[in-house]
Design a protein around this ligand. Structure first.
Ligand code: BGC
Length: 352
């Protein structure tokens, strides 16, 4: 009953906000935007995306806006602190009915967040993050992923070019490199039917690891693609004590020697060389070190990653704003000083 009333409340809200008529589903409705769409070169777009942060992952607001930890007002805090981009992390599969229709309530929440971020001048990456199911069951993943983009791409077709689609976070395991190459082609074709020139973010298989860039097959004639990778090396350091990866349970792993820094730069050089050879700009969509590591080392690592990315012209988005690896403490309404300063140096974190 509670769930039904939440859906009805969401649908009613969406109806008021977006003028729902007749029996069209929300995803078939037209959305009005303050700014129209104009194509932008992906290199230029990557340069403008510069500094970003991942937001809204597993936020309770996806199920009930009343319980949102992340509020639209946080986009102003993010922008004013010096960020240019947000990557909205969402797992919509759970909100789909048996026909793959995304709940109106869920779409209304996404619309609210996208519009609020755009209003702050931010670039918004819409990141399909159902990678856990996709890593286990490639068949169901395909059905749901195609259903998702068949609804969201047309809905957002007139959105300003600061809305960028990321097809799927971290394909892995059940989605082999080969399987992912086939699925990304199919998914991209669906997006291109309504968004022929919007920039789309696509990463390699094996958890968007830089090692699998050579296996990534992109349509050669599609020049509106930004390539993403995630960086958590070495996992023994960045994920020490993280409960979802028990193989890295050893605590006290340090980072920051000259050899550590040299290895990091060598790996970023590999990405840069691939990017130049393929003529594809790069967005480092996730990186971060879990709270169990020593704060000074985490700050040093974060700073080294960011500087390595910026020196090579990669845009980046830190993992993440809230929940874990946090750069902002929502409960205290305050930036986490050492991490914030590692990301955006020369600036004391703004007081709220
Ligand atoms: C996952 C998170 C995880 C992070 C670092 C992300 O892609 O969605 O659950 O905390 O990677 O491991």
């Amino acid at each position: 009953m509670k769930a039904i009333s939440a859906v009805l409340r969401g649908a009613a809200l969406a109806g008021i906000l977006f003028g729902v008529t007749g029996c069209q589903t929300l995803s078939e409705q037209h959305v009005t935007w303050r700014e129209g769409f104009t194509p932008i070169d992906p290199v230029q777009q990557t340069a403008a995306m510069k500094r970003g942060v991942n937001v809204l992952s597993e936020d309770p607001g996806w199920k009930d806006p009343v319980r949102s930890r992340f509020k639209p007002a946080h986009f102003k805090i993010i922008h004013d602190a010096g960020f240019n981009t947000v990557r909205i992390v969402m797992t919509p599969f759970a909100s789909m009915d048996d026909h793959g229709t995304i709940s109106p309530f869920w779409i209304a929440h996404l619309d609210t967040m996208v519009k609020a971020a755009l209003d702050q001048g931010l670039t918004v990456v819409i990141d399909e993050h159902d990678y856990e199911l996709c890593g286990k069951d490639a068949v169901t993943c395909r059905t749901k992923l195609l259903a998702f983009w068949s609804q969201i791409a047309p809905r957002y077709k007139d959105a300003p070019n600061r809305v960028v689609f990321e097809l799927l976070n971290e394909p892995h395991e059940a989605l082999s490199d080969e399987g992912w190459n086939a699925l990304l082609k199919e998914t991209l074709a669906i997006v291109r039917a309504s968004n022929p020139t919007r920039n789309v973010i696509i990463g390699p298989g094996h958890w968007n690891g830089l090692e699998d860039l050579p296996q990534l097959v992109l349509p050669a004639d599609d020049r509106h693609i930004i390539v993403t990778f995630h960086y958590y090396h070495p996992m023994e350091f960045t994920h020490q004590g993280a409960p979802w990866v028990p193989q890295y349970k050893q605590l006290g792993v340090r980072w920051g020697s000259d050899a550590d820094i040299a290895l990091l730069n060598k790996e970023f050089d590999i990405v840069k060389a691939w990017s130049e050879a393929q003529k594809r700009p790069i967005f480092l969509g996730e990186f971060g070190a879990y709270e169990t590591g020593a704060t000074a080392d985490r700050a040093r690592w974060t700073n080294a990653v960011v500087r390595a990315a910026e020196a090579r012209g990669f845009a980046w988005a830190y993992w993440q704003f809230d929940k874990d690896f946090i750069v902002y403490d929502i409960d205290k309404s305050a930036w986490v000083g050492p991490i914030f300063s590692a990301l955006i140096p020369n600036d004391a974190p703004p007081a709220q």
